[in-house]
Design a protein around this ligand. Sequence first.
Ligand code: ZN
Length: 234
Amino acid sequence: MSKRFKGLICAYCAHAEAITGDHIFAREFFLNTRRANLPQAPTCEDCNNKKSILEHYLTTVLPFGAKHADASANLTSMVPKRLQKNRKLHRDLAEANTGSHIPIEDEKLAQLLCLIARGLNWHHWKVYVHHETHSVRSLTLSPVGVQFFNDCIFTQQAHCRVIENIGHGTFSYEGIQAKDDCALTFWRFSIYGGLSVTSDAFPAPSASQFVAFTCPRKLDAQLCRTLGVTNPLG
Ligand SMILES: [Zn+2]
């Protein structure tokens, strides 16, 4: 294992010892030529396995709903191999016959974005988000939600702020950290330049921006009511 992560605590569960470094955004989301210097975080075996299962599904499915040129290349060069290995998913996608948008299991994307938020907290600020004190949630934004986050969250004065674009827009994200609590953070993501997806939460293909946040448990219920979050904790 890489010396860089040896002896560290896993960034995802914040309690087990790390066995290796994990690419916070799986390499398979990116074309081969865009994989240099992707951010990594320490991971334990259990979290690594759980995250890989989510990534296998999402690196296969998300390029179908993407507008970005790299996603089209990904779709022709890499996705067919992944689908060969997953015949059920292949059948489901063929049956959906959705045209320009894809039906996704939004719970899986939400779970992955929660893990990514944990990984980015570690990567940028070396912050661990502990289950005992903080919760992590993710949601797909309606156009009203995008406006709300623009106006009311990302315009707040932050202790730290990061804006990154990795793999030429394969993923871009912005993160802010609250002044009085280093583990109160908000993240918004654009994937493949904007995805058109449908899910149980969004039957109409409109959503294209995704958000994750990590917050003290005492604020969780209030934030969820304000933001209309119903999905379980990540
Ligand atoms: Zn772990």
